[in-house]
Design a binder for this molecule. Structure first.
Ligand SMILES: Nc1ncnc2c1ncn2[C@@H]1O[C@H](COP(=O)(O)OP(=O)(O)OP(=O)(O)O)[C@@H](O)[C@H]1O
Length: 466
């Protein structure tokens, strides 16, 4: 692979030689090509920071090379060496972005200055790209599962718009995190993001919380207060648990969305706002509409774009990464070394039902960081509410994984000969259920289990089920 910073392409070997010498004296590494085709082949494997190309070359000339590079690597700076007489026609023939040109015959210092400028530009662009990547990852949404990738794609696709979005997902699945990401990747990123949870505010305070109030509007309103709508001007208002919004407030909200203006409680002059609404709910809004608890017109207004967040148990493949992430951030908060999960504990977490979703996993990791005795976390370190969870909160149909965790536990507890006690337990359990199903009819039960009649009789005796 070619790793030089500047690639030179010219069919004239003396020009290549002069440039190579000048750059090497300035500590800039170069690679040279005698035709554009060889350079294009090399580009499949590596990229320089700058390309310097002659304009007149047999087969692929400088302008065609420039066009091709621009189509595939639009950010790669290209310097075209050309005589003044060729420049106009070259520019006219070129339909792409920008390029620099080096008039021939050139002064070697000019060539160096130009190349250095292009190198500095390339460096700056790299730094910018890195910053953008860092910004993106600082949003900190973890999700390799396909359903989460779908969410990321939606964030990307919506990044140029201020359209209303309705996020649906169980509590703790990351709805606010996604709403924030939608905001910070939107044209409103520099204006405020104001979250408000409808379920957390007493009903009679929702109106003044949203729209503010004038002094003396009601008892206790001792001064003028800005509402969330005003605070979110030019930005985004995130209305969490929108299904809990009282009907009269829904009507007011609808009016603001239609007119872009509202009155503070007790106020007489309208206040103009430009606010993007992102709403979220764990409920089925369509059902609320059918029951008459949610206004249909508001539902349609908010439901322009739908984003669904999967529950944690629907994306178990992310549990390991999320847990490690939360263990690390809990450790950072406490200024201690991050703990690690033993395979058995991880497998338990991966098979747990997580009714509280990502938030519950986050809290569990905090608990473990403080409470687990060693550096490595085992099943016995897990919080009691996880271990003692009733069978209904374990994964349906996955008795194997429950058994797996149980075996791990036995092994860690130092127990031996665990198989000889377990197999009869399983047989006893299956036999009992089969007899229950056939209402005590032994021959039928034997058939259901796939045993012969003699085996069944023997097993009944062996297993003390007589
Ligand atoms: N994919 C994720 N990656 C990293 N952290 C996450 C992810 N999803 C959620 N979290 C974290 O989990 C916690 C709960 O997320 P958030 O508050 O966004 O959930 P929510 O769905 O809005 O919950 P609720 O509906 O109960 O308000 C937050 O601390 C959030 O940072």
């Amino acid at each position: 692979m070619i790793t030089e910073q500047v690639w030179i392409v010219d069919d004239d070997s003396s020009i290549r030689w002069v440039l190579e010498k000048a750059f090497s004296n300035a500590n800039i590494s170069t690679a040279s090509f005698e035709n554009a085709n060889n350079l294009l082949i090399a580009l499949d494997h590596a990229q320089p920071e700058v390309i310097i190309s002659d304009i007149r070359m047999p087969e692929i000339d400088g302008m065609e090379l420039l066009n091709r590079i621009n189509a595939q690597y639009p950010e790669l700076p290209v310097i075209i060496m050309t005589a003044h007489s060729d420049l106009d026609s070259a520019v006219n023939a070129y339909q792409g972005g920008a390029f620099e040109y080096l008039p021939k015959p050139f002064d070697i210092d000019d060539a160096l200055t130009l190349a250095k400028r292009a190198l500095a530009h390339a460096k700056e662009q790299r730094a910018q790209r890195k910053q953008q990547d860092d910004d993106k990852s600082s949003v900190g949404i973890i999700g390799a599962a396909p359903a989460m990738q779908e969410v990321f794609r939606a964030i990307g696709r919506l990044s140029r718009s201020s359209i209303s979005v309705l996020i649906n997902g169980e509590s703790g699945t990351g709805k606010e995190l996604v709403a924030h990401a939608l905001h910070s990747h939107s044209p409103r990123a520099k204006a405020p993001f104001i979250p408000l949870n409808m379920a957390a505010i007493p009903k009679d305070l929702i109106e003044s919380e949203l729209f503010g109030h004038e002094k003396g509007a009601f008892t206790g309103a001792n001064s003028v207060r800005q509402g969330r709508f005003e605070q979110a001007h030019n930005g985004t208002l995130f209305l969490d648990e929108i299904g809990d919004m009282p009907l009269d407030i829904q009507t007011r909200l609808l009016r603001v969305l239609a007119d872009g203006q509202f009155y503070r409680v007790g106020g007489h002059s309208p206040i103009q706002v430009d606010v993007r609404i992102i709403a979220a709910t764990h409920q089925n809004l369509q059902e609320l509409v059918e029951k008459g608890d949610f206004r249909e017109d508001l539902f349609h207004r908010l439901n322009v774009i739908k984003v669904h967040l999967p529950s944690l148990k629907e994306r178990r493949e992310d549990i390991e990464q999320l847990a490690n992430h939360f263990l690390k951030s809990a450790a950072d908060e406490l200024n201690v070394e991050a703990k690690t999960l033993h395979k058995s504990a991880l497998s338990f977490l991966e098979n747990y039902q997580w009714p509280g979703n990502v938030r519950q996993l986050e809290n569990t990791c905090r608990f473990l960081t403080v409470m687990a005795s060693g550096q490595e976390i085992f099943i016995e370190d897990l919080p009691p509410e996880l271990k003692e969870s009733p069978a209904s909160t374990q994964v349906e149909g996955s008795w194997q994984s429950a058994l797996e965790s149980w075996v791990d536990q036995q092994l860690q507890g130092g127990n031996e000969d665990i198989l000889s006690g377990t197999i009869p337990d399983i047989e006893r359990l299956m036999l009992k259920r089969a007899l229950h199903f056939t209402q005590g009819h032994k021959q039928e039960a034997a058939k259901k289990l796939g045993w012969g009649r003699n085996t069944l009789t023997r097993k009944l005796k062996e297993l003390d089920l007589q």
